[in-house]
Design a protein around this ligand. Structure first.
Ligand SMILES: Cc1cc2nc3c(=O)[nH]c(=O)nc-3n(C[C@H](O)[C@H](O)[C@H](O)COP(=O)(O)OP(=O)(O)OC[C@H]3O[C@@H](n4cnc5c(N)ncnc54)[C@H](O)[C@@H]3O)c2cc1C
Length: 391
């Protein structure tokens, strides 16, 4: 067995880990990313809907080879079939092929000097006084700092004594790419209700005017079976072909309580840094990854690996995103508590008071707190939600 020592070791080559690697490598750090799969971005579990503003915030091009389609709005459908549209004049989001997107991030990290080892699952870590020992399938490594970017099923979080996410907020999801369907090419569809997707929603994300990524996540139900029924209803009478299908876990818990210990930072899905309203984690996980890469590099430069210094990571991401997570988590709890009847009433109110225009105008796909507060300021919405405000 070989035995090498690195300054920063990142576990997991998903977007969060790769963004950490980029940020640390650009600051001259010796960075190694260790990935259990044999190919970056494969298998892919993600729908790939990313806001253009979010990509810009991450300094990632919005017209790279990973972009499959542009989106300028969304149609929302209630349990009884009421609907409203939110939209902008120009695109607000793109649909990316995550396997190409992740490879693009990996090549940027490598160009900046990071190294990536595939087929190398990390089995465990041990914190020593002057370094961390990392045992993987192929070797034993030593590093000054570890970044855990293992995704939703992180083992390092538990092993390091941190409190993991509550499993009841991890929802099973299932999605398929369909060809030969009739969809509006620039508008996403969101379908809610206990029959469609209890505890979450179903999505139709167009890839073109005749192909779409269709999926759902749910609570206490079988997403594959619910999706089969949804697709049958939504594309009734259409002759379509199933191109791919995949399952995955959607995080709706909000961030874990603490994301650092001596010599270790937790980022991305592993840390619950995902929007509880939509389950989207690439942008916010990436923003936290940017901060983690910067703080890890500072820790190496200053040789400060204790909690007193590393808490700066948590303080920074909470300062930037804490309020967003708080309000989105609150909105998710309220949405989960609404009956189908109340959801329909909510749709009626939104349509009657023209609130979809406020959402269109003020909404930000990633920083949702302002629009959530704006809606709660409306007297009739507040009155409807009063029985739920104990949540
Ligand atoms: C069905 C579905 C649809 C989604 N749609 C969207 C969407 O449209 N937009 C959006 O923003 N988000 C979406 N998400 C969420 C998004 O996929 C995640 O938030 C994002 O991938 C998190 O990135 P990450 O780098 O933190 O973790 P991951 O992408 O999960 O990457 C973790 C990496 O670590 C590796 N790994 C794990 N354990 C080890 C180990 N012990 N040793 C070595 N390597 C290891 C894994 O193989 C993986 O490559 C969706 C999720 C699902 C399930």
């Amino acid at each position: 067995m070989s035995f090498e020592e690195r300054q920063i070791l990142v576990v997991g080559a998903g977007p969060s880990g790769l963004i950490v690697a980029k940020e640390a490598a650009r600051r001259g750090m010796d960075v190694l990313v260790v990935e259990e799969d044999s190919e970056i971005g494969v298998p892919c579990h993600c729908a790939g809907l990313l806001s253009l503003k979010g990509l810009e915030r991450l300094n990632i091009s919005t017209d790279g080879p990973y972009v499959q389609n542009m989106i300028q709005g969304a149609f929302f459908y209630s349990p009884s079939g009421l609907s409203f549209k939110v939209e902008r004049q120009s695109p607000v989001a793109c649909v990316v092929d995550r396997s190409i997107f992740d490879k693009h991030l990996a090549s940027q990290a490598i160009r900046l000097g990071a190294e990536i080892k595939l087929n190398n699952r990390v089995l465990g870590i041990r914190l020593e006084k002057n370094y961390v020992v990392v045992k993987s399938e192929n070797e034993i490594l030593k590093a000054s700092m570890i970044i855990d970017a293992e995704g939703v099923s992180s083992r390092i979080v538990k092993a390091s004594g941190l409190k993991p996410m509550n499993p009841s907020h991890l929802l099973p999801g299932f999605q398929m790419d369909l060809y030969g369907v009739d969809v509006n090419p620039n508008y996403v569809e969101v379908h809610v209700g206990s029959k469609v997707a209890p505890g979450f929603f179903a999505w139709v994300i167009p890839l073109s005017s005749n192909s779409a990524r269709v999926g759902l996540a749910c609570r206490k139900a079988n997403p594959k079976e619910l999706l089969r029924r949804f697709v049958e209803r939504r594309f009734k009478g259409e002759e379509y072909k199933l191109l791919t299908s995949r399952s995955g876990i959607i995080v709706t818990s909000g961030p874990i309580e603490k994301t650092f210990v001596n010599r270790l930072l937790i980022v991305g899905d592993a840390a619950g840094q995902v929007k509880p309203t939509t389950g989207g984690g690439v942008i916010l996980g990436g923003l936290c990854g940017t901060i983690a890469g910067k703080i890890a590099a500072e820790a190496v430069n200053l040789r400060k690996f204790d909690e007193n210094f590393l808490r700066l990571y948590e303080e920074s991401w909470r300062r930037e995103l804490g309020r967003e997570f708080k309000y989105m988590l609150w909105a998710r709890r309220i949405l989960n508590a609404l009956s189908d009847h109340m959801i329909d009433k909510g749709f009626e109110l939104i349509i009657k008071e023209g609130l979809h225009e406020t959402i269109s105008y003020k909404g930000d796909m990633d920083f949702q707190s302002s629009v959530i507060l704006e809606l709660l300021r409306r007297r009739r919405i507040l009155r409807m939600l009063i029985p739920l405000l104990r949540l």
